[in-house]
Every structure is written in structure tokens, then in C-alpha cells.
Design a protein around this ligand. Structure first.
Ligand code: GLC
Length: 644
């Protein structure tokens, strides 16, 4: 069953793209209509699990928490943070019955998921919301139905599945050269390097500082020869700078968000005072997206979109208050350091002035759409694009990273728990800042984190300015890093195939264990995941641990990789204690399945994906093989490989 009930006059978010039957009444929810809000209630049974909510804190099971959908630039993630950068309003209740609900509104939503043990879910939305209700035989079946109505995931090129290195603070060509050389001379694979805000002229979008990055076109081409792509950042705010072509055109055409007086709203971000493009206007999206041409013409094939909640340091109304507000005191402040400003500017939606606060959660998604739709026209091949802020629907246009995490073990654990929820909401191309953004990453944490990131589609090491240098080759014992990162490249035939197959069949790439195994232990495990159809991962996420306890819901092949080769052993169902050295990655292949592994390489351009060996006890594998860049994605590219 899939149906939708419309309350009031909801804003069209374009999240759902397939027709859904209209109904008058919801099956699982009681609705209370108050003067200002709608309150949806649903009783839970004792054992019900609540999955979903995408980019949110706490467990894979969201039960016992309070969450707020309100995209927020929050650099201090912890289990009490009500909101992060994306709003992914889809949940699945799973127990005796299995049903899902998507609350489709770009406004704020408060989720009380049995937070105080009342046995009830209470969801508070504004008066205008479209609720899509789904029902099926399992949490997995419900999720797949949901994925089928929100449209196919963005599929980046193969090189975007290679390892990326980033740091806020690469200031010039020499900094990037050092990174490339550091990886290449130490034999640690690398496919792309991010350019953070310092590549720009005074942090102005679509400019390049030509003193520090002279002849970027020739430079990008030379790096590409070495199998390395440059991936620059683009921020949402356009600096107020008469004479700058982007700014001048935005002003002339009325493409910026406006304030109470009807003139462009002013807010400070990295470049100082900026205006925010009004991505709700189709013409503005086209204009802004087309500005990426200034970089694609220089040979750039990938971008990351940032500060698009939008993040605001201070504005013409709040002065420097936002920036100076110390620890947040009220819940609303915790949600967003810029919440006051979200009431101070407007969008032009088909000629109507719409207060930003009402449609806040859609802003970043529309920036991604703006970039993606034009990049598709500007570039002959597939491109890389990932964003910080998002809403369901944006998964069709780009991937996401999970924002400014920290270099600590909790954040690694959170990354593990968040991945299946992101996949439930369509965001297959996703990942965290490996090693952590804030703080200094230890060698042990980086190795353990890389060992997990080997399995996430986006595998990027990124860190903040002033933190310890976090490139793999900066740490002692480079062989350990070679070992872990090289596993990623050996697994790429599998990772790429599983990703593309998941995208084209409305499936998840990473799933909770409880989506396929229904014993109590599998349903409750928070630190093991299914990756594609064959692999189960059980990452080591504890400081100082020499290994861990793994739950095997059935007999599986245990695979141990230490840089030299794959050692496989059949291991029985049940609990198992394993040792995992820092240079090792241990993963499991499900019974009757196999995984294609190739020889690996220093970059994807050199990878021979056709020369694979199948490991695991299965007999065959359906491998997706193409040139890694073509826009045509077709099931005809799936080849069945059989064990000899
Ligand atoms: C934001 C981004 C971070 C980036 C920094 C500087 O904090 O989340 O990834 O490095 O801005 O651009």
C-alpha cells in the first residue's frame, strides 16, 4: 500500500516523483489539528523498531529520542543535537506490522519518537503537509517502495568512488602537489583532492586566486594525467562586490533573496557580507548552475556545495549576535545558530513572497539541483557533486557528506549508525569526514575510520584548518595505511556494482542487519551493517580495542585482509570474538554469495575491473561494468561472472 493524504496547501518539494494514490485518511496515525500545528500520533508496540530520519543522531533504531527537522550548521554533533544539516522526514515502524511515513514539508518538524517511554510517536508539523503512507511485509520492503517513488539516486563517475583527500587550508598549488606526491611516493592510492575556500579570490564563488593557483586549467590537466581530479568547493552566499560578474548579474536579474524591505538580504559568511541566491526561482537556478561553467571550462569535473542551510554568521538584522552567541540555551537556539535570521528573508516563488523559515529545509537541496541540472548540460560525462544541506529529492541530483564531525570515536560510531538511515532516504552517495573534521586525529582512529570508510561510497579524509595534518602519509607506519586504503581499490568492482545496481533498482546500498535477518540480536545490533547484497561489515570502533565481538546471524565467510591478500575462512552462526590488527580489515561474505575483487591500483584510471577473482562460497556474481564515466546507465552492463 502506498497512499498520500494532503493537509492544507503543502509546498511542492518535488521529493516524490511517481504518482501516489490520494486518500482522505491515514491508516496508522491519529491527527490533531491545533490552531497553529498538526500533531500526528501513533501507538507503538513494545518491540517496535523505528528506522529512518536519515542524517540524525542516536541509533539505527530512533526509538527513545527527540529530533527536529531543521537544517542546521552545527559543528558540535552529539546525541542531544536535535538537528544536523539535512532533513530526511521518512520513518518506518517495524514489528508485528511494517509501515512507513514520509512527512513532506520544507518547514520545521518535531519528532518525539517515544522519547520519554510513553510508547507513542508524536510528530508536530506545520498545517500544510503531504503525508505519504506505506505498508509492506518488512521494513526493507516498505523502504524499497519509498525509494521507488522518490526517484533514482545520483550516480557519480567511478573516480568518485576512489579515495579523496581534503583539508581546509590547502592554500596554493604547492600544497596540493605535496598531497599528490605524499600519496603517490608512499604508495597509498588517491583519486581526488578537494580545494577548500582558499582557492578562491577572497572566498568569492566562481573565482580562482590566480597568484596561488596560476593556470588552473593546465594544472588540472596535469594532475588528471596522474590520475588525480581537483574538486573545488562552492558556497551558497555570493559576496556583495559590485564589478564581480556573478554579483552584478544576480542583482540585475533579481536573483537574490530579499529582506523585509524588499531589497537583497545581507548576511555574513566566509567572504564577508553576501546575498543568498534565491534557488526557489527556476531562472536563478539556471543562472547559478551555469556559473559552474567558469570552473568546468578549466577541466573541473567535481564540486562540493557548502554553507547551504544556509549558514549565517551574522546579518544586517541580528548583527554579530549569531557569531557571538555562546553555548545555546534554548532548544530553538540549539537547532540553529541562525534561526532568527530565517525569519528575516524571503523567496520569490512564482511571484509570491515566501518567508524563508517556512521552506527552510529545501534551500540546500535546491542549490544541489541548480548545480546538478546545469553540470549535466555543461559536461559530457558524469560528474561528482555532494552537498552539506539536503532534503529528500536532492539525492537525485548529488550526494551528501555529513558535515563538521569531530576526530573522536563517538563520531566514527555515529557515522556507522547513520549510513543505513541515509540510504533509506535515497542518499546512497554519502559518507562522513573520515578521521573527523574538528580536533586532532590519532593514528589509531584514522586507521579504524578508514577501515570503515572503505565501504562507504564517499570515502574522503577531510579536516579543519589548525588541526593536526591528517593526510595518511603524515602518520608513521605508512604500510598500514597502504594496506587499508588499497583494500578499497581491490573492492571497487563490488562497491561500484552494488552502488549502481542499488540506484537503478530503487534499493539501498547500506542496510541495517535487521532488514534481512530477523533474530533479536540482528534486529538490535547498532555496529554491524550489510553492504550490498554480499557483505556484512563489523568495524572496530572502540579506542584501544584489539578486536571485537561479532554477531553472525548465519554461517558466513570471514575475510581478513592485511595488505597481502584475502584469507577466507567459513565461520559458524553465533557470537564470535575476533582480533583485528590496525593494518587489517575483517569483513564477512554472506552464505551463498560472493564478492569480486581485483588487483587494485594507485587510482581508478589504472584499475582493471575486468580482471577479478570471486571470493566467498557463492558461485556467481552480477557485476556492473562500464567505462566509469558514461551517462548512460543500463542494466545491459551487468555481466554474470561465474567461478571457474
Ligand atoms: C564548513 C564545511 C567544511 C569546510 C569549511 C571551510 O565548515 O563544513 O567542510 O572545510 O566550511 O570551507
Amino acid at each position: 500500500m502506498i497512499k498520500q493524504v494532503i493537509f492544507g496547501d503543502p509546498f511542492e518539494t518535488d521529493a516524490v516523483v511517481k504518482p501516489v494514490e490520494q486518500a482522505n485518511k491515514l491508516t496508522y496515525w491519529n491527527v490533531e489539528d491545533t490552531a497553529e500545528k498538526l500533531i500526528f500520533r501513533c501507538k507503538l508496540s513494545e518491540k517496535d523498531i523505528v528506522y529512518g530520519l536519515g542524517e540524525q543522531v542516536k541509533g539505527i533504531n530512533k526509538r527513545g529520542g527527540r529530533y527536529i527537522s531543521y537544517n542546521t550548521d552545527n559543528p558540535n554533533h552529539n546525541d542531544d543535537s536535535p538537528s544536523l544539516y539535512g532533513s530526511h522526514n521518512f520513518i518506518v515502524v517495524s514489528g508485528q506490522q511494517h509501515f512507513g511515513a514520509f512527512f513532506d514539508t520544507p518547514g520545521r518538524i518535531v519528532w518525539d519518537i517515544d522519547a520519554e517511554g510513553s510508547g507513542e510517536i508524536v510528530i508536530t508539523t506545520d498545517k500544510n503537509v503531504k503525508v505519504v503512507e506505506l505498508e509492506g511485509d518488512s521494513a526493507y520492503a516498505v523502504t524499497r517502495d519509498f525509494l521507488s517513488i522518490i526517484g533514482q539516486s545520483f550516480i557519480p563517475p567511478l573516480w568518485a568512488f576512489g579515495f579523496g583527500q581534503s583539508r581546509w587550508g590547502y592554500k596554493c598549488r604547492r600544497d596540493i602537489d605535496n598531497v599528490v606526491e605524499g600519496y603517490r611516493t608512499n604508495g597509498i592510492p588517491l583519486d581526488w583532492v578537494c580545494m577548500d575556500i582558499d582557492y578562491m579570490d577572497r572566498f568569492i564563488d566562481f573565482t580562482v586566486n590566480s597568484k596561488r593557483f596560476p593556470e588552473l586549467k593546465a594544472y588540472a590537466a596535469a594532475l588528471k594525467e596522474k590520475g588525480v581530479r581537483l574538486v573545488p568547493i562552492i558556497d551558497a552566499g555570493v559576496k556583495i562586490e559590485p564589478g564581480n560578474a556573478t554579483y552584478d548579474e544576480g542583482i540585475a536579474k533579481g536573483y537574490f533573496c530579499t529582506n523585509h524591505e524588499g531589497t537583497p538580504f545581507k548576511a555574513a559568511v566566509w567572504p564577508g557580507m553576501t546575498h543568498f541566491p534565491d534557488f526557489f526561482q527556476p531562472d536563478c537556478r539556471q543562472w547559478f548552475g551555469n556559473e559552474y561553467r567558469k570552473l568546468t571550462e578549466l577541466g573541473i569535473e567535481g564540486f562540493w556545495n557548502d554553507m547551504n542551510e544556509p549558514a549565517i554568521f551574522y546579518s544586517e538584522y541580528t548583527g554579530i549576535l549569531n557569531a557571538l552567541t555562546p553555548a545555546p540555551s534554548t532548544e530553538l537556539e540549539k537547532e540553529s545558530n541562525a534561526y532568527k535570521d530565517y525569519r528575516n528573508f524571503y523567496h520569490n516563488v512564482n511571484g509570491q513572497r515566501v518567508l524563508h523559515e517556512k521552506v527552510h529545509n529545501l534551500y540546500g537541496a535546491l542549490m544541489t539541483r541548480a548545480a546538478s541540472e546545469q553540470l549535466d548540460k555543461l559536461l559530457p560525462n558524469r560528474f561528482l557533486l555532494f552537498s552539506r544541506a539536503s532534503y529528500i529529492g536532492a539525492h537525485r541530483y548529488g550526494g551528501i557528506w555529513t558535515g563538521d564531525n569531530g576526530s573522536d570515536w563517538d563520531h566514527l560510531a555515529r557515522n556507522v549508525r547513520m549510513m543505513p538511515s541515509l540510504n533509506m532516504c535515497g542518499f546512497l552517495y554519502s559518507g562522513a569526514d573520515t578521521g573527523g573534521f574538528g580536533g586532532n586525529c590519532s593514528r589509531e582512529l584514522l586507521l579504524r575510520w578508514l577501515a570503515f570508510s572503505c565501504f562507504t561510497p564517499l570515502m574522503r579524509n577531510h579536516t579543519a584548518i589548525l588541526t593536526r595534518r591528517q593526510e595518511c602519509y603524515r602518520y608513521s607506519g605508512k604500510e598500514d595505511f597502504q594496506s587499508v586504503v588499497s583494500l578499497r581499490y581491490k573492492l571497487l568492482p563490488y562497491i561500484y556494482s552494488e552502488f549502481v545496481k542499488a540506484a537503478i533498482t530503487s534499493d539501498m546500498y547500506i542496510k541495517p542487519l535487521g532488514f534481512e535477518y530477523f533474530d533479536d540480536r540482528s534486529l538490535s545490533v547498532q555496529d554491524q551493517l550489510l553492504v550490498g547484497e554480499s557483505i556484512m561489515v563489523a568495524p572496530v570502533i572502540e579506542k584501544g580495542a584489539k578486536g571485537r565481538t561479532v554477531w553472525l546471524p548465519e554461517e558466513m565467510t570471514e575475510v581478513r585482509y592485511d595488505g597481502n591478500g584475502f584469507v577466507c575462512e567459513t565461520v559458524p552462526k553465533g557470537e564470535r570474538k575476533i582480533k583485528v590488527a590496525l593494518n587489517e580489515v575483517v569483513f564477512y561474505i554472506r552464505k551463498g554469495k560472493c564478492v569480486p575483487v581485483c588487483k587494485g591500483a594507485q587510482c581508478t584510471d589504472e584499475l582493471d575491473m575486468s580482471d577479478v577473482v570471486l571470493i566467498g562460497d557463492g558461485k556467481e556474481y552480477r557485476c556492473y561494468i562500464d567505462d566509469g564515466i558514461t551517462k548512460e546507465i543500463s542494466e545491459n552492463n551487468i555481466v554474470t561472472l561465474r567461478k571457474r
